[in-house]
Design a protein around this ligand. Sequence first.
Ligand SMILES: [Zn+2]
Length: 301
Amino acid sequence: MGFAGSRLDRDGENRTEATLAEALADDRAGLYLMADGRWLTQPSLDGEGRPSLAFGPAAVTAHFDTTQAVLLGRRTDGSPRLAARAVTMPDEASGFVAEGLRGLAMSGALDTETEGELGQAEHLLNWHARSAFCGRCGAATLSDAAGYRRRCPSCGDVQFPRTDPVSIMLIHDGNGRTILGRSPRFPERMWSCLAGFIEPGETLEAAVRRETLEEAGVTVGRVDYFASQPWPFPGSLMIGCVGLATSTDIVFDAAELEACRWFDRDEVAAMIEERHPDGLTAPKTFAIAHHLVRAFVEMTD
Ligand SMILES: [Zn+2]
């Protein structure tokens, strides 16, 4: 599953400007550099032919502001991992190539640890970019705690990185059928689980029931937690659940979905194994939706 492979020791108790400076000065450090929302990759390849993204901070020091860098954590060998937004671009002759995280991750170009670290980095830098001003008094805010807080020097307000929870659910009828929908944004012929943002004041299970009722017109009883996936576009956590439907007639929300229907287990198995007679598919292993759908195929009701 994408973005779930980080093994960094985040050491959240020791995030200060001093530990950030120490990490930046560590000659084992690797720093990910974001430019215009994309990540700079180095032309050199690692032993497995993957692009390298972690720069020695000293090598790119002219291209970022050290006070705006974020400390992601330390790898198991103790080497720090950091991220920063480029304030100037390295010149083209250096051979750097900027690539979006979604494309990098989907193409399988990243090892799972790097992919998880970049997810954390992208989420954090997206939050910094949207939190430059104080929501209370409007003054410019400053990065603090090695990039895990923003502080307002005018009114003293402190902001922490936000994570927006999204519920994603495998709804089944306890009798070998599940509900899948098609958003107009999906690749052609791909079907997936229903999903939606959890609202303020709402429990996860209430969000699963509300979203299923709104999108498919189906009522849901029991809801069980399945697994979660960081989704840094721009800063979500997908929380996967399995819900048991208590009604069967689908009336889908045409504003959100172009289609929604019940699928039986054999049909879903054919979709994930890419042998459906009509070419219908389910999401790939990168997405939590794949793992929810696979769990349904393996379920014994
Ligand atoms: Zn303020």
